[in-house]
Ligand binder design. Structure first.
Ligand SMILES: *[C@@H]1O[C@H](CO)[C@@H](O)[C@H](O)[C@H]1NC(C)=O
Ligand SMILES: *[C@@H]1O[C@H](CO)[C@@H](O)[C@H](O)[C@H]1NC(C)=O
Ligand SMILES: *[C@@H]1O[C@H](CO)[C@@H](O)[C@H](O)[C@H]1NC(C)=O
Ligand SMILES: *[C@@H]1O[C@H](CO)[C@@H](O)[C@H](O)[C@H]1NC(C)=O
Ligand SMILES: *[C@@H]1O[C@H](CO)[C@@H](O)[C@H](O)[C@H]1NC(C)=O
Ligand SMILES: *[C@@H]1O[C@H](CO)[C@@H](O)[C@H](O)[C@H]1NC(C)=O
Ligand SMILES: *[C@@H]1O[C@H](CO)[C@@H](O)[C@H](O)[C@H]1NC(C)=O
Ligand SMILES: *[C@@H]1O[C@H](CO)[C@@H](O)[C@H](O)[C@H]1NC(C)=O
Ligand SMILES: *[C@@H]1O[C@H](CO)[C@@H](O)[C@H](O)[C@H]1NC(C)=O
Ligand SMILES: *[C@@H]1O[C@H](CO)[C@@H](O)[C@H](O)[C@H]1NC(C)=O
Ligand SMILES: *[C@@H]1O[C@H](CO)[C@@H](O)[C@H](O)[C@H]1NC(C)=O
Ligand SMILES: *[C@@H]1O[C@H](CO)[C@@H](O)[C@H](O)[C@H]1NC(C)=O
Length: 461
């Protein structure tokens, strides 16, 4: 299973010559300024949980320290660890980290932590001035999460959307974070959530390629932080490669390859909780190659939410076999989960009385082809499929270069599209879907959505 995924990913890496080095920087200028080094001891097998030793290393080296996971050593992180109150700490992952392989063992731990956001997170870091260095060695510095066995058991959940009691891999609440060379194999669900300020994340590899069941909810990065650079990444997954969520601001994501059944470079979802004002501003996502994904670029907000997304640019996207190159919906819902009104409220009848406003959103320089012959992926367990649910033109799957589905004529404003050269695979004329796209609110859209409704002709300008 590991071999299969490697062979799937390596040819793709080989084509990524325009990307910055995928080799992690193991060193930084700050390294000298550490008063203490804590080498994490290892028990050597999964009969010994290394988490107590990891917690001790982070406690001992919490201030001006360096925490080292040694080269050639396998660490068995059998229970979650949480390192808090870090200050000026470097972390070097030179060996490999392994999560438990036994599913009921993990589920019991996750179940015991409840259902709140971040329950069951396996690796947590909190503090200021924290750097994480992966390994330059291709066979070490990995985190092995063993998600394949979980995905292969999707059917055991009656909704088919993945086993319950899944852990999320990492949550970082940090100010001034530098993460270089984060490498993960088969994350069971979300890979990394970040909140705080000033993150630089370089040279990431997330391998959620599946040889069997669909890798539901294997988000790459969930971003709620202010001041984020994500530069250089290879993500093969089955959910958002990047999900920019409420609280995110001043975000630049660049030089990425995303593939497999990825759900693309997303903003959202936003407005699920109707009582909270969702906010995202100043986001640029550029120089991205997308292969075989359902979406390339996407913005998703819920009916009846409130908030503002402003100043977003998607530019320089290269696409192959992508079902929806540009997709904006203000009637998003979450397949197979409770469609809550306000957090854990009622399931149905969200009042359609407000919307998260989307303002000043640009898409530029998209080139490539639309997945015409076999659109979508294997994540569908509903009819209509979740990714077709809001679309008024389901008869023509695999032909839409642009889907803009707004709540009313003013909720999407200042949208611009320039040089969108994407075509259904037989090189047909692409369709667009416009719903409630006000012409007055979007004078520079780049094509006409007459009457604010669908008109099957794409007029590039
Ligand atoms: C870090 O860099 C310094 C100076 O460039 C070098 O002397 C040191 O050996 C490096 N450390 C590691 C672990 O690579
Ligand atoms: C080392 O880091 C501390 C903060 O932990 C800072 O006060 C000090 O100025 C730094 N020293 C150097 C030489 O960078
Ligand atoms: C890379 O890591 C593997 C496994 O720890 C080790 O056997 C090998 O010697 C390392 N290679 C280099 C060049 O350090
Ligand atoms: C956090 O660490 C600082 C030293 O860096 C220490 O003074 C403080 O007591 C610690 N706080 C907690 C809650 O552990
Ligand atoms: C320990 O590892 C063995 C395989 O080496 C695996 O079968 C077993 O499930 C693991 N135990 C846990 C609790 O993950
Ligand atoms: C964890 O909870 C889920 C349902 O929430 C259940 O399907 C699973 O069997 C539980 N597993 C354990 C080991 O408690
Ligand atoms: C942002 O974080 C980096 C470490 O990655 C640090 O060098 C830099 O000083 C931080 N910037 C600010 C404004 O704090
Ligand atoms: C917008 O975000 C970028 C990072 O993508 C940052 O360089 C720039 O300063 C931000 N602009 C404002 C006005 O904050
Ligand atoms: C809007 O986005 C552009 C491009 O990233 C950036 O240069 C500018 O600072 C942003 N403006 C604001 C007000 O955030
Ligand atoms: C459109 O929706 C916005 C946001 O919910 C609302 O403020 C506005 O009044 C609505 N406009 C129309 C014409 O319905
Ligand atoms: C496009 O992706 C679909 C899966 O969604 C796959 O079945 C098909 O073979 C791919 N086509 C090409 C040309 O890569
Ligand atoms: C769609 O809009 C284009 C551009 O305004 C126009 O030329 C074309 O006739 C329209 N097609 C239909 C079917 O209304």
């Amino acid at each position: 299973m590991q071999l299969k995924s490697l062979t799937a990913i390596l040819p793709l890496l080989a084509t990524a010559s325009a990307f910055p080095s995928l080799i992690a920087r193991e060193n930084d200028s700050n390294q000298a300024n550490k008063s203490k080094t804590c080498v994490v001891p290892a028990g050597g097998s999964n009969a010994t949980d290394d988490t107590p030793a990891i917690n001790k290393a982070f406690t001992d080296c919490a201030k001006d320290g360096t925490v080292v996971f040694e080269e050639g050593v396998d660490y068995f992180v059998m229970t979650p660890f949480r390192a808090t109150n870090l200050s000026n700490v470097d972390i070097h992952l030179k060996g490999n980290i392994h999560l438990p392989q036994d599913i009921p063992t993990v589920q019991a731990i996750v179940n015991a932590t409840g259902t709140a956001w971040l329950s069951g997170v396996w690796m947590s870091l909190q503090g200021d001035d924290v750097s994480w260095y992966g390994s330059k060695n291709v066979s070490s510095g990995w985190i092995y999460a063993y998600g394949q066995a979980w995905w292969d058991k999707n059917a055991e959940n009656p909704t088919g959307t993945g086993l319950l009691g899944r852990p999320h891999l990492a949550n970082f609440e940090l100010n001034n974070a530098y993460i270089d060379g984060w490498k993960v194999r088969k994350p069971i669900a979300w890979n990394m959530a970040i909140s705080g300020t000033n993150f630089t994340i370089k040279n990431t590899i997330i391998d959620a390629f599946t040889s069997g069941g669909f890798p539901f909810n294997t988000d790459g990065f969930d971003i709620k932080a202010d001041g984020v650079l994500i530069d250089g990444f290879t993500v093969s997954n089955g959910d958002d490669a990047v999900a920019i969520q409420s609280g995110a601001a001043n975000v630049l994501v660049q030089n990425g390859y995303i593939g497999h059944h990825s759900h693309g470079m997303s903003i959202g979802s936003l407005g699920q909780n109707q009582g909270l004002f969702a906010s995202v501003s100043n986001v640029t996502i550029r120089d991205i190659t997308v292969d075989g994904a359902v979406y390339a670029s996407r913005i998703k907000s819920w009916v009846g939410g409130q908030g503002l997304v402003s100043n977003v640019t998607y530019e320089n996207f290269r696409l192959n076999n992508v079902t929806f190159p540009i997709f904006v919906t203000q009637t998003y819902f979450n397949q197979g989960s409770q469609q809550s009104q306000i957090e854990n409220g009622a399931v149905t009848g969200r009042p359609n009385n407000s919307s998260v406003i989307l303002k000043d959103i640009s898409f530029r320089n998209f080139a490539g082809n639309i997945n015409y012959y076999d659109p979508g992926d294997r994540s569908c367990v509903s009819d209509p499929c979740w990714y077709d649910a809001s679309i008024s033109d389901r008869e023509n799957p695999g032909t839409h270069s642009v889907v803009l589905e707004c709540s009313n004529s003013t909720t999407c404003s200042g949208f611009t599209m320039e040089n969108i050269q994407v075509f259904p695979q037989p090189m047909l004329e692409p369709n667009v879907i416009c719903i409630n796209v006000g012409e007055e609110s979007n004078p520079d859209l780049g094509f006409r959505c007459p009457g604010g409704n669908y008109n099957g002709t794409f007029v590039a300008v």
